[in-house]
Write a protein that binds this ligand. Structure first.
Ligand SMILES: C[S@@+](CC[C@H](N)C(=O)[O-])C[C@H]1O[C@@H](n2cnc3c(N)ncnc32)[C@H](O)[C@@H]1O
Length: 160
């Protein structure tokens, strides 16, 4: 996605250092200079290191699904995170989520639809058809191999 959009600075956050190294190696191999990697928790990055209305978009692709009910509170897409994300996004900026875990997709749709700061880009208020610009990752491929359905959700920060 960084290669397809060289004029946009991409800030990638993960706690998994081998994944960070892999991304940096790929960026170097492809001669990309529009990627920066933040080593750590995306919540802390948003809360403590990014200014209000500083992001032109936010992508949350295949966040850990935490399938067990007692772990649901660990899921990233919760009302508190969405409220924080809303403060960091510019008006009109997209928040794009994708997951191969159906119950989490339902939670994402519920939480995002309930937020007054976001509007669903889909007029019917549902999921977004898989956009061509989102590449297939290894993780998504593994989900598809298991027969999982993948859902995309694209909401936009409104002016409220
Ligand atoms: C299921 S993997 C998906 C990876 C990748 N987005 C993909 O589509 O293949 C979830 C990733 O989220 C990262 N992660 C989980 N919680 C995080 C957090 N609070 N901040 C940053 N990264 C986090 C994990 O380290 C892991 O690499």
């Amino acid at each position: 996605m960084a290669a397809a959009d060289p004029g946009t600075g991409i800030l990638a956050a993960d706690v998994h250092t081998p994944g960070q190294g892999n991304l940096l190696a790929l960026a170097e191999r492809n001669g990309l200079d529009n990627i920066r990697v933040a080593n750590g928790d995306a919540i802390i990055l948003l809360r403590e290191m990014l200014a209000p209305a500083s992001l032109s978009g936010l992508r949350v692709f295949f966040p850990d699904p935490w399938p067990k009910k007692r772990h649901h509170k660990r899921r990233l897409i919760q009302p508190e995170f969405i409220e924080l994300a809303a403060t960091r996004l510019k008006p009109g900026a997209p928040l794009h989520c994708a997951t191969d875990w159906e119950p989490y997709a339902e939670q994402m749709l519920e939480v995002l639809s309930a937020s007054p700061a976001f509007d669903n880009s889909q007029p019917d208020g549902g999921y977004t058809p898989r956009p061509d610009f989102r590449p297939l990752t290894k993780f998504e491929g593994q989900g598809l191999d298991k027969g999982h359905l993948v859902h995309d959700l694209i909401f936009r920060r409104n002016d409220t």
